[in-house]
Design a binder for this molecule. Structure first.
Ligand SMILES: [Zn+2]
Length: 266
């Protein structure tokens, strides 16, 4: 039975969960930065530094796995906590729960997606298009979506994906949409289909040009990998813009008579 005291304990547990999520999101951003820096280092054949970054990534993957276990343990504690006449040892309760989770699914940092993506990104620097030594068929599938977004703007609102307030991805065809726009689109289609027999031919079609996929409301999700992929896209865009600006500046320095145009526009 919920009492004000139980509610307060549950709300504290939820706050801890939110703090934990912030740390996890920091980990994700650090993985991404490590990968991008490693690519640069690989360009310059600095193998030792690439290896250091890989070691750090493995450590961080282990750390984020632990955070995730605590997150799951906190979630289940928030849902199941009941007051009793005995004092609750929360520390022990959490630790036991995390241990149960770890026993159920042992963790291997080498098999983590971020580690695979790191190795693949570094490999691609000098071996674009070639399969990585020892890479298996199913691993290629796992990593296929990690470096390129299938669409750069929402097919419905036209907004660039890195400016979407609530991006979601269709789990079927991987296209990315603005959440509100795609939900309105799917629901409008549903309304016109009211009372008609469902077939594949009258399902809600993906609005991305040339995509044969269909959209289903409960398969439009924002998973953790979507946010990190959008961030990667944004960072790569920014760095290619910096390169373009640098080239542009070089050109202008060659011709002193050219008046400076558009300075400060970026
Ligand atoms: Zn699609």
């Amino acid at each position: 039975m919920a009492t004000p005291a139980t509610d307060r304990v549950r709300s504290t547990i939820r706050t801890l969960g939110v703090k934990n999520d912030e740390l996890l999101s920091d980990c994700d951003n650090t993985f991404l930065t490590a990968k991008l820096v490693a690519e640069d280092l690989e360009h310059h054949h600095d193998d030792a530094s690439v290896q250091d970054l890989l070691d750090a990534t493995l450590d961080l993957v282990q750390c984020s796995h632990t955070l995730r276990s605590y997150r799951d343990a906190l979630d289940s504690l928030a849902a199941s906590y009941q007051p009793s006449s005995q004092t609750t040892d929360f520390k022990k309760l959490l630790k036991d729960h995390v241990k149960d989770l770890d026993d159920q699914s042992p963790f291997d940092p080498d098999k983590h997606d971020f580690v695979k993506q790191f190795k693949e990104a570094v490999w691609k620097v000098h071996h674009a298009g070639e399969p990585m030594p020892g890479q298996e068929e199913e691993e290629i599938v796992v990593m296929a979506g990690s470096q390129a977004l299938p669409n750069k703007s929402c097919p419905l609102s036209g907004k660039p994906v890195d400016q979407l307030d609530n991006p979601v991805r269709s789990q079927r065809c991987r296209h990315i949409y603005e959440r509100d726009a795609v939900l309105a689109y799917v629901r409008k289609h549903e309304a016109t289909m009211q009372g008609r027999r469902r077939t594949n031919s009258n399902a809600c079609k993906c609005a991305a040009a040339g995509c044969p996929g269909i959209l289903v409301e409960d398969q439009l999700v924002c998973d953790r990998s979507l946010k990190i992929e959008i961030r990667e896209y944004m960072l790569r865009q920014q760095s290619s813009n910096v390169d373009t600006v640098a080239d542009f500046t070089l050109l202008e320095e060659e011709d002193d008579d050219t008046p400076l145009k558009g300075s400060g526009s970026r």
